[in-house]
Design a protein around this ligand. Structure first.
Ligand code: ADP
Length: 499
C-alpha cells in the first residue's frame, strides 16, 4: 500500500489570506464578547492556532437577539420593500464573487477542505443561492380563498420574526447561505451561531452583507460553543424560530430546548447513513468512481455521505478490487496544494472518533481492504479506508462515522436491498446505480429518504429541496420548501355586506 504521505509531511503552504474579523457581529458592529473571553480556532493541517476568536455565550446571544428583535420590530428592515431586500441579496452575491478566492482560502484554512473545492464549487454556490433567494423575495404572496359564508378571506404570508440559526463545521459558508438566504428573502432577522471549529468565513461573509446594504441588526453572528451560546439561542424566549444543522443527538436537544422555552418552530437537518445501491447491470468502473465520490467527498464529512455501499453479488469482487485501487490513488495532502483531493479531518475529536470506528470495524470482523490508520504524524489526516464484507448489524454500518471510511455490503436481490437500506434510524439520502428504468423507479419509490440520486450523487442546486425522513430531520432547506420555514400564515376574514 502506498499513500501520498509526502504531501502531508511537507511544511504547510501559507494560506493566501489574512484573518481580519474575529469579533462577534452584533447590531452591525464587530464587538468583543461580554465576558471578554476568546477561544482558539485551529488549523486542521497542523493543529496549530489560526486566530483567537471572541467567545459568545448567553449574554451575547441576548444582546444579539435584542438587536435582531429591534431590527424586526422597528426597522428599517420591516419597512423595506421586498424588491429592496432582493437588491441587497443580489449585491451580496456580487461581493461574494468579488472576494471568491479570499473567502475560499479562509474556508480551507479553517476547515481543511481542498481549496479547489471551496473556490470552484462552494463559494460560487453561495453566490448562486443568494441570487436564487433574491429572486424569491418579491414573489412571496398569499392567497384569497373562497369561503362558505359571505366573507372575504385573505391568507397572508408574513415573516416569522427573529430566526435563530445554528450551523455545523463541515460546510461553514454554505450552511450560512442555506440558513440566511431564505430567512432574509422572507423578511426575517437573524441570530446565527457558527460552529466552534469554523467561525471565520461567516464573519467575513456577514461583513460583506453589511457592505451590500443590509441594515444593522438584521443579521447577527455569534461565535461560540454549543452548550453555552447554542443552547441559549435555542431556549431564548424572544426567538421565534430555530433552524439547526448538526448531529441527531444535538438536534434532539435543540428541539427540547425550543419546546421547553417558548415553543418556537423548529427545523432540523441531521445525520445520515445513506445507502448507495449498485445493481449488477451497472458499469463497474463508473459505479466505483461514483461510490468513491459519494463517500470520500469533503473528507467523508457529509451528513448525506453514501456510507453504506451496497453492491450486487455478481459484480461484488470486481467492485471491491477496483474500489481499493481507486482509494489508493486518492491524493491526500495539504488542501492548499493543487491536485489534492482530500485534506485533514476537522479536529482531533473527529480524527480520534474515526480511528475508533475503524477499530470497531476490525474488531467486529469486517475485512479491512485498505487504509485503516492516520496519514503522516502531524494534523488530522486519515488514510482513505475501505471495509468489505460489512454486515448490517455492525456499528460501522449503523452509525455515522463522518470520515473517509467506506463500508461495502453485499446483496443479491432487489427486495432484500430495499429492506436493508431502509433498516436505519436515518433517512437523509440514497444513491441508486442502474441502467434499468424499472429498477430505478422501484428503488426511488421504496427508499424512505429525502433525496434519491439516480446514477449521480451529491448534486446540489439552489432549487432542489434537501432534508431528511425519520431521524435525519424535520423540514426541508433550499427550494420553495425552505420558504415555509420562515413564514407565518395569517388568515384575515372580513364580512362582505351589500351596500
Ligand atoms: P458535531 O458533533 O459534528 O460537532 P453538533 O451537532 O454537536 O455536531 O454541532 C453542530 C452545531 O450545534 C454546532 O454549532 C454546535 O456548537 C452546536 N451545538 C452543540 N451542542 C449544542 C447544544 N446543546 N445546544 C445548541 N447547539 C449546540
Amino acid at each position: 500500500q502506498r499513500f501520498s504521505t509526502a504531501a502531508v509531511a511537507e511544511e504547510p503552504i501559507s494560506p493566501p489570506v489574512q484573518v481580519n474579523y474575529t469579533q462577534l457581529l452584533i447590531d452591525g458592529k464587530f464587538v468583543d464578547s461580554a465576558s471578554g473571553k476568546t477561544f482558539p480556532t485551529l488549523d486542521p493541517r497542523t493543529g496549530e492556532l489560526i486566530a483567537h476568536v471572541a467567545e459568545g455565550d448567553a449574554e451575547d446571544i441576548n444582546r444579539a437577539v435584542h438587536a435582531a428583535r429591534k431590527a424586526f420590530d422597528e426597522g428599517p428592515w420591516p419597512k423595506m420593500t421586498a424588491y429592496e431586500r432582493s437588491r441587497i441579496l443580489l449585491q451580496f452575491a456580487d461581493l461574494i464573487e468579488k472576494h471568491n478566492d479570499e473567502i475560499a482560502a479562509l474556508e480551507t484554512w479553517d476547515n481543511g477542505k481542498p481549496y479547489a473545492q471551496a473556490a470552484n464549487i462552494e463559494v460560487p454556490m453561495v453566490a448562486r443561492l443568494m441570487r436564487y433567494y433574491a429572486g424569491w423575495a418579491d414573489k412571496i404572496h398569499g392567497l384569497v380563498v373562497p369561503a362558505d359564508g359571505p366573507h372575504h378571506v385573505q391568507v397572508l404570508h408574513e415573516p416569522i420574526g427573529v430566526a435563530g440559526q445554528i450551523i455545523p463545521w463541515n460546510f461553514p459558508l454554505l450552511m450560512f447561505a442555506w440558513k440566511v438566504g431564505p430567512a432574509l428573502a422572507c423578511g426575517n432577522t437573524v441570530v446565527l451561531k457558527t460552529a466552534e471549529q469554523t467561525p471565520l468565513s461567516a464573519l467575513f461573509a456577514s461583513k460583506l452583507l453589511h457592505e451590500a446594504g443590509l441594515p444593522d441588526g438584521v443579521v447577527n453572528v455569534v461565535s461560540g460553543f454549543g452548550p453555552t451560546a447554542g443552547a441559549a439561542l435555542a431556549s431564548h424566549m424572544d426567538v421565534d424560530k430555530i433552524a439547526f444543522t448538526g448531529s441527531t443527538d444535538t438536534g434532539k436537544v435543540v428541539l427540547e430546548l425550543a419546546a421547553r422555552s417558548n415553543l418556537k418552530s423548529v427545523t432540523l437537518e441531521l445525520g445520515g447513513k445513506s445507502p448507495f445501491i449498485i445493481m449488477d447491470d451497472a458499469d463497474v468502473d463508473h459505479a466505483v468512481e461514483l461510490a468513491h465520490f459519494a463517500l470520500f467527498f469533503n473528507q467523508g464529512q457529509c451528513c448525506c455521505a453514501g456510507s453504506r455501499t451496497f453492491v450486487h453479488e455478481r459484480i461484488y469482487d470486481e467492485f471491491v478490487e477496483k474500489a481499493k485501487a481507486r482509494a489508493l490513488k486518492r491524493v491526500v495532502g495539504d488542501p492548499f496544494k493543487n491536485g489534492v483531493e482530500q485534506g485533514p479531518q476537522i479536529d482531533d475529536e473527529q480524527f480520534n472518533k474515526i480511528l475508533r470506528y475503524i477499530k470497531y470495524g476490525v474488531d467486529s470482523g469486517a475485512n479491512l481492504v485498505t487504509g485503516g490508520d492516520r496519514l503522516g504524524d502531524k494534523g488530522y489526516y486519515i488514510q482513505p479506508t475501505i471495509f468489505s464484507d460489512v454486515q448490517d448489524n455492525m456499528r460501522i454500518a449503523q452509525e455515522e462515522i463522518f470520515g473517509p471510511v467506506q463500508s461495502i455490503l453485499k446483496f443479491n436481490d432487489l427486495n432484500e436491498v430495499i429492506k436493508r437500506a431502509n433498516a436505519s434510524q436515518y433517512g437523509l439520502a440514497a444513491g441508486v446505480f442502474t441502467n434499468n428504468l424499472n429498477t430505478a423507479n422501484t428503488l426511488t419509490r421504496a427508499l424512505r429518504v429525502g433525496t434519491v440520486w439516480v446514477n449521480c450523487f451529491d448534486v446540489f442546486d439552489a432549487a432542489i429541496p434537501f432534508g431528511g425522513y425519520k431521524q435525519s430531520g424535520i423540514g426541508r432547506e433550499k427550494g420553495i420548501d425552505s420558504l415555509k420555514n420562515y413564514l407565518q400564515v395569517k388568515a384575515v376574514v372580513t364580512p362582505i355586506k351589500n351596500a
